[in-house]
Design a protein around this ligand. Structure first.
Ligand code: NDP
Ligand code: HSE
Length: 445
C-alpha cells in the first residue's frame, strides 16, 4: 500500500464524478494552496473513477484523470473519496480501500445505513478513518457535532428535516396550493428530485439519514430497516390546507429519541410527515433547506440549519472530511471510532409514542362527538383538543356542499402508535362516522 512521506503529496482517489464528485474535484484542483496549508502536505488527485468515459463532463476535471478501473485507482491512493452512491460496487471498493490502509470519505448514506457496521469494523481493523459528514444533511455540520462535540453528553432527541426534495415539495404545496404530483414535477424540473423520486418521496433517503443520526446520538447500531418509515405520498392539498387552518405546516420529519432514562433507555427512530406548529423553528425551514434539532442532557437544545443537498454544499462537507483525514494520515492516529457501547434496544414502529391529529367526517347530529370520545377513552388515548367545523365553514367549496357533515379535528395527547391504530379502526366502524380523512402525527408542540 502506498504511503506518504513527510512533504510528499497525499494521493486522493475520487470514485464518482457526478453532482457531488465534480465539485469535490473542483475543490481539490482549484484550491491546492489552501488545502496544502491546512493539511501540511499537498493533495494530489490521482484519478477519478466513472462508469462511462464518453460522458461529457465539466472541464474542471482533466480527461486524463478519468478511469473505469476503480479498483486499480483505489490501490494507489492514500485517501479514497466515494461519491458514486449505491451499495455495490461502492461497498466493495470502500472495503478494499480500508483493508489496504487508505482512509475513506463517503457521502453514501444508503450504504452506511445498510452496511455501516461492516465498514466501521474494517476501518477499525486497519486503524484508518472512515468519515461521512456529507451523508447527513449535505453541507450542515451535524455528524461531527454529534459524534465528537457531544461525545461527553447524553443526547435525548434528534428531530430534523433531512430531505431537501420533500421539504421543497411540501413547501410548494403550502405556499402555492399545488398538489403533490405538481410539486414533485416542479422539484424534478429544478433538479432536486430524481427522475424516479421514490427514495425521497417515500422517505427512504430520510430513513437512511435517521438511522445514521440515531446510531451516532445513542451509541447504538441502528440500521435502515429498524426505522419506521412513512413518506409524503399520502399527503393531499386538503391536508396542507387543514394544517394551515389549525396553525400548522406539514413537514417530513426524522425523529430519533430515547424513551426512558437517557443512559439506559430504548430507542425509537422514525420518519413520517408531521404537523409542526407555525411558531416552531422547523416550520420556517423553506425550499430545499434542511434543519436538525438536537436535545442533549447537558447542552440543552441545539439547532443546525443549512443546505442539505446539491453539489457545492455537499462537496464542502466532503472536503472538510478530506482535510481532517489527510491531516491525521500525516500526523498519525485515527479519528473517533464507531461508538456502539450503549447498545440500546430499538423499539418497533408500533411502540413509538407521538401526538396525533385525526380528521373525521361525521354526521352532524347530537351525541356523535360523545361516541367518538368514548372510543378514544376505551383505548386509553387521551384527547388534548377537539375542534368541530361544520361543512359550511369548510376550506373547500366542494366540502361546503356536503350538508349534514361535520368535520372533527381530534388532537390527542402522546399515545402509542399501536393504540392509535386500534382507536382509528374502532372510530371508523362507528355508524355516524362517514370517513377518517387523515391521521397525522403532531411534533414540536
Ligand atoms: P451522481 O449520480 O450525480 O454521480 C454518480 C457518479 O458515480 C457518476 O459520475 C457515475 O459515473 C459514478 N458511478 C456510479 N456507479 C459507478 C460505477 N459502478 N463505477 C464507476 N463509477 C460509477 O450522484 P451524486 O453526485 O448526486 O451523489 C453521489 C453520492 O453522494 C451518493 O451516495 C448520494 O447519496 C450522496 N449525496 C448526494 C447529494 C446530492 O445533493 N446530490 C447530497 C448528499 C449526499 P458516470 O458519470 O459515468 O455515470
Ligand atoms: N435527495 C436528497 C435530498 C439529497 O433531497 O435531500 C441529499 O441527501
Amino acid at each position: 500500500m502506498p504511503d506518504s512521506a513527510n512533504g510528499s503529496p497525499l494521493r486522493v482517489a475520487l470514485l464518482g464524478c457526478g453532482v457531488v464528485g465534480t465539485e469535490v474535484a473542483r475543490g481539490i484542483l482549484t484550491n491546492p494552496i489552501d488545502l496544502e496549508a491546512r493539511v501540511g502536505a499537498p493533495l494530489e488527485l490521482v484519478g477519478v473513477a466513472v462508469r462511462d468515459l464518453a460522458t461529457e463532463r465539466d472541464p474542471v476535471v482533466p480527461r486524463d484523470l478519468l478511469t473505469t478501473d476503480a479498483e486499480a485507482l483505489v490501490d494507489r491512493a492514500d485517501l479514497v473519496v466515494e461519491v458514486m452512491g449505491g451499495i455495490e460496487p461502492a461497498r466493495s471498493l470502500i472495503l478494499r480501500a480500508l483493508r489496504g490502509g487508505a482512509a475513506v470519505v463517503t457521502a453514501n448514506k444508503a450504504l452506511l445505513a445498510e452496511r455501516g457496521p461492516e465498514l466501521f469494523e474494517a476501518a477499525d481493523a486497519a486503524g484508518v478513518d472512515l468519515s461521512f459528514e456529507a451523508a447527513v444533511a449535505g453541507a450542515i455540520p451535524i455528524v461531527r457535532p454529534i459524534r465528537e462535540s457531544l461525545a461527553g453528553d447524553h443526547v435525548r432527541r434528534v428531530l430534523g428535516i433531512v430531505n431537501g426534495t420533500t421539504n421543497y415539495v411540501l413547501d410548494r404545496m403550502t405556499t402555492e396550493g399545488l398538489d403533490l404530483d405538481e410539486a414533485v414535477a416542479q422539484a424534478q424540473a429544478l433538479g432536486y428530485a430524481e427522475a424516479d423520486p421514490t427514495a425521497d418521496v417515500d422517505g427512504f433517503d430520510a430513513a437512511a439519514k435517521a438511522a445514521i443520526l440515531a446510531s451516532l446520538a445513542f451509541h447504538t447500531r441502528v440500521s435502515i430497516d429498524q426505522v419506521a418509515r412513512e413518506g409524503i405520498r399520502g399527503i393531499t392539498a386538503d391536508d396542507v390546507a387543514w394544517a394551515a387552518r389549525t396553525g400548522h405546516v406539514i413537514k417530513l420529519l426524522a425523529v430519533a429519541e430515547v424513551i426512558g432514562p437517557v443512559d439506559d433507555g430504548e430507542v425509537s427512530v422514525r420518519v413520517h410527515p408531521a404537523l409542526v406548529p407555525v411558531s416552531h423553528p422547523l416550520a420556517t425551514v423553506r425550499d430545499a433547506f434542511n434543519a436538525v434539532f438536537v436535545e442533549a442532557q447537558g447542552a440543552g437544545p441545539l439547532m443546525f440549519y443549512g443546505q442539505g443537498a446539491g453539489g457545492r454544499p455537499t462537496a464542502s462537507a466532503v472536503l472538510g472530511d478530506v482535510v481532517s483525514a489527510a491531516r491525521r494520515r500525516l500526523t498519525g492516529g485515527q479519528g473517533l471510532r464507531e461508538s456502539k457501547d450503549q447498545d440500546f434496544p430499538v423499539l418497533p414502529a408500533e411502540a413509538a409514542i407521538t401526538r396525533y391529529q385525526v380528521r373525521i367526517d361525521v354526521e352532524d347530529r347530537p351525541g356523535v362527538l360523545a361516541q367518538v370520545a368514548g372510543v378514544l377513552a376505551e383505548h386509553g388515548v387521551s384527547i388534548d383538543t377537539v375542534r368541530q367545523v361544520s361543512a359550511s365553514a369548510a376550506v373547500h367549496e366542494d366540502l361546503a356542499q356536503e350538508h349534514g357533515t361535520a368535520h372533527l379535528l381530534v388532537t390527542t395527547h402522546a399515545a402509542r402508535e399501536a393504540s392509535l391504530a386500534a382507536t382509528v379502526a374502532a372510530v371508523s366502524a362507528l355508524e355516524p362516522v362517514r370517513e377518517i380523512t387523515s391521521v397525522l402525527r403532531v411534533e414540536g408542540s
